[in-house]
Design a protein around this ligand. Structure first.
Ligand SMILES: NC(=O)c1ccc[n+]([C@@H]2O[C@H](COP(=O)([O-])OP(=O)(O)OC[C@H]3O[C@@H](n4cnc5c(N)ncnc54)[C@H](OP(=O)(O)O)[C@@H]3O)[C@@H](O)[C@H]2O)c1
Length: 250
């Protein structure tokens, strides 16, 4: 494999950890970011066993100013070929509350939207100057739906979708591609907190394999598992008022 430096946020769990393992092989330098040092160390050891060079970084993405500085310093020390902004925070408002707490809404907004947008702009500038690079943003299939049980989560993912499309258009002429990943249900600690039925649930390893193939093909959008792409196309045909009526009863 040609030498490649890959940064993955949220590499200490779920989809990010599975992606780290999917990319772990000789020639790969993996920059694995997360908060939980013990889990990061464990994933790093598994990746090294597959032949990758690994550098871990424990960092709270809610520190947006620190994030921009750390990422710029990391990229100038080890120029990044592929960056996957995967870290995310789930969260639904309690059914018996009128709204999400301001603190919960702020945390979700900062981790799911502010951090990837700030960081993607740092990487967009650096990669465009080099004339090459790939930026991947992990959104969610919920980006297409109004979710009364999780208004902030839905909004952050909807925002990320438009950001990815816009940034991709802006960077295309500079040799940098932008990919949006829209997962349905993937079996991770985040989705295990959801008590409702989880149709088409797949393992993080299966999701990582699909995402890796899509990134190699420089896809603009990767829906995983594929059934959610069909579901989205079908529900897009419904009048929005009918969709709202259905979702307000779930
Ligand atoms: N699983 C699904 O069904 C599903 C569906 C749609 C979209 N997604 C999206 O897929 C992505 C990965 O989710 P997952 O299911 O793999 O979740 P997960 O297992 O809960 O992992 C989330 C990752 O994000 C990191 N993270 C959270 N808050 C952070 C913060 N403040 N600073 C730094 N890192 C932080 C966590 O780090 P620590 O654990 O070290 O704190 C962890 O590595 C998310 O963007 C999520 O929205 C998942």
């Amino acid at each position: 494999m040609p030498k490649q430096t890959i940064l993955i946020t949220g590499a200490s769990s779920g989809i990010g950890a599975a992606l780290a393992q999917a990319y772990a092989q000789g020639g790969a330098t993996l920059l694995l970011w997360g908060r939980d040092e013990a889990r990061l160390t464990d994933i790093a050891a598994q990746c090294r066993a597959r032949g990758a060079a690994v550098i871990t970084q424990s960092f709270d993405l809610r520190d947006a100013a620190g994030l921009a500085a750390l990422l710029a310093a990391t990229d100038s020390a080890t120029p990044i070929d592929l960056v996957v902004f995967n870290a995310g925070l789930g969260g639904t408002a309690p059914a018996d509350a009128f709204a999400e707490t301001p603190q919960a809404a702020q945390a979700i907004a900062e981790v799911n939207f502010v951090a990837p947008v700030v960081a993607a702009n740092v990487m967009a500038d650096a990669m465009a100057r080099r004339g090459a690079g790939q930026i991947v943003l992990v959104g969610s299939i919920v980006e297409s739906y109004p979710l009364p049980m999780a208004p902030t989560y839905a909004a952050t993912k909807a925002g990320l979708r438009l950001f990815a499309e816009s940034l991709g258009m802006r960077l295309a002429k500079h040799g940098v591609t932008v990919t949006l990943v829209s997962p349905g249900f993937i079996d991770t600690p985040m989705s295990r907190r959801v008590t409702e039925p989880k149709p088409f649930l797949i393992s993080p390893e299966a999701a990582a394999a699909v995402i890796k193939r899509g990134i190699a093909a420089k896809a603009a959008v990767i829906v995983v598992p594929w059934q959610y792409g069909v579901m989205r196309a079908a529900t897009n045909l419904l009048p929005r008022a009918l969709l709202r009526w259905i979702l307000s009863r779930t």
